[in-house]
Ligand binder design. Structure first.
Ligand code: UDP
Length: 455
């Protein structure tokens, strides 16, 4: 019998699409290894319980008003959720930890640990007070997680006053970043950031472990440094998208007409464009993207989420004659079945904001990227794509039609694109090998199972 049999794990995702997907993937992985799964979730952005009949879902109130639910300010939303959810989460967890079922009087299944998102700020002290081991899942790369603590220090040490000639110098302590990248990634004053990061660092070190959906092959240097810095077990269990697809945890209904439309396109001819679940852009930026795509003359599938273009409902402000030009070559949808799209033979490139999930989904399907990062970890992920793995073209800060058109031609039509395609195929295979018997992700997952079975 597996050691995990008879053990239950409690998961608590942050209610954002990019956080729910990896947490549900982790739930599927642990369930496949014999653990029972309970997911505690907020009412806002509740995962679809019916898609996961083997898991127990428990909803807690989140106190968000309708206006708060619609906000585009993610940091504010996370702050509110942290404030509102602490008490209901404590009550829920305390009840779950009672050894006997209140109705039947029977002994309950033993709870091994809590695994929650690194964005929940109250769970570590709470779990400690209840004597429950707590691990957390970071939806970022190991490199970005570390950079949160390293970059403010570097900024204080003088990177703020950069000479023009120094802007492009690499940061010795944190390659592949250039000195000017530090200022772009840190969009908050260090005085505000410092007390917050001190708290995050303390909670990180006090936890029973840190889980990443990354692997040695993608994050090697940072992994060994993080192990030294945080002094806790770290599990890089790999981007498991190919084995455990995220589609079942989609909060929006994907437009399935994408697939028959792709069926009609030539092999590796289509550019897929999506900026994830949170990025919002200006109407002028949408027009630059649309014209860049259309002028490249390649077919394209463009995702524009409802409400993602500021001040508009959807694409109603695009003039009718432009829509006609778009329809000659392209298709616009509100939400795509992204993993199925990336898997489709017609896709030749992915123009992405480089959220971590989108980045690894692209790597796992060997689809070369055009990077248009907007903030935080997206900038760092894009630098890895273009400068470390060399599997994409980085357009950071250049949402301009000519730049987009030229990048698409380079990627889809020129030998540069062929080289990039070869490199991403090799990277896909390398990452795929990490799941084999002695591969790094497989080993790390086994270590995680042993770790949480030992509590
Ligand atoms: N996604 C999707 N359909 C879309 C756009 C995105 O299914 O039209 C999924 C995508 O596959 C990924 C997630 O939404 O799993 C986005 O996560 P990511 O980390 O890339 O970005 P975030 O939304 O957190 O910025």
């Amino acid at each position: 019998m597996e050691k995990s049999k008879g053990l239950r794990v409690i998961l608590f995702p942050l209610p954002l699409q990019g956080c729910i997907n990896p947490m549900i993937q982790l739930a599927k992985i642990l369930h496949s290894r014999g653990f029972s799964i309970t997911v505690i979730h907020t009412r806002f952005n509740a995962p679809k319980a019916s898609s996961h009949p083997h898991f127990t879902f428990i909803e807690i109130p989140d106190g968000l008003s309708e206006t708060e639910e619609r906000t585009i300010h993610t940091k504010l939303l996370i702050t509110k959720l942290n404030r509102n959810c602490e008490s209901p989460f404590r009550d829920c967890l305390t009840k779950l930890l009672e050894p006997l079922d209140s109705e039947t009087g029977d002994e309950k299944q033993r709870i091994s640990c809590l695994i929650d998102d690194s964005g929940w700020m109250f769970t570590q002290p709470l779990a400690q007070s209840l004597k429950l081991p707590r691990l957390f899942l970071s939806v970022f790369t190991v490199s970005f997680y570390r950079s949160q603590f390293v970059l403010p220090k570097l900024q204080r040490e003088g990177y703020l006053q950069l000479q023009d000639s120094e802007q492009d110098d690499l940061v010795e302590e944190f390659p592949p970043l250039r000195k000017k990248d530090i200022l772009r990634i840190l969009d908050v004053e260090t005085e505000i950031l410092d007390p917050f990061l001190d708290k995050v660092l303390k909670m990180t070190k006090a936890s029973s472990g840190l889980i990443f959906m990354s692997c040695e092959e993608l994050d090697q240097d940072s992994l060994s440094q993080a192990r030294e810095e945080f002094e806790i077990p770290i599990f890089a269990i790999g981007p498991s998208h190919s084995h455990f697809p995220a589609s079942s945890s989609s909060l929006s209904t994907p437009d399935e007409t994408c697939i028959p439309w792709l069926d009609k396109q030539e092999d590796k001819s289509v550019v897929y464009v999506s900026f994830g679940s949170l990025v919002t852009i200006r109407e002028s930026e949408l027009m630059e993207v649309v014209w860049g795509l259309r002028n490249s003359d390649q077919p394209f599938l463009l995702v524009v989420r409802a409400g993602s273009v500021r001040g508009t409902e959807w694409v109603e402000t695009i003039p009718e004659e432009v829509i006609e030009r778009i329809n000659e070559k392209g298709k616009i949808v509100k939400w795509a079945p992204q993993q199925d799209v990336l898997k489709h033979g017609a896709i030749g490139g992915f123009m992405t904001h480089n959220g971590w999930s989108s980045t690894v989904e692209s790597v796992c399907e060997a689809v070369p990227m055009i990077c248009l990062p907007f903030r935080w970890d997206q900038m760092l992920n894009a630098r890895f794509v273009s400068d470390v793995w060399m599997v994409g073209i980085n357009l950071e800060g250049r949402v301009e039609r000519k730049e987009i058109e030229v990048a698409i031609r380079r990627l889809m039509l020129e030998t540069e694109g062929e080289d990039i395609r070869e490199r991403i195929q090799l990277l896909k295979e390398k990452v795929g090998r990490s799941f084999e018997q002695n591969g790094s992700a497989n080993q790390s997952l086994q270590n995680l199972i042993d770790h949480i079975s030992s509590f």
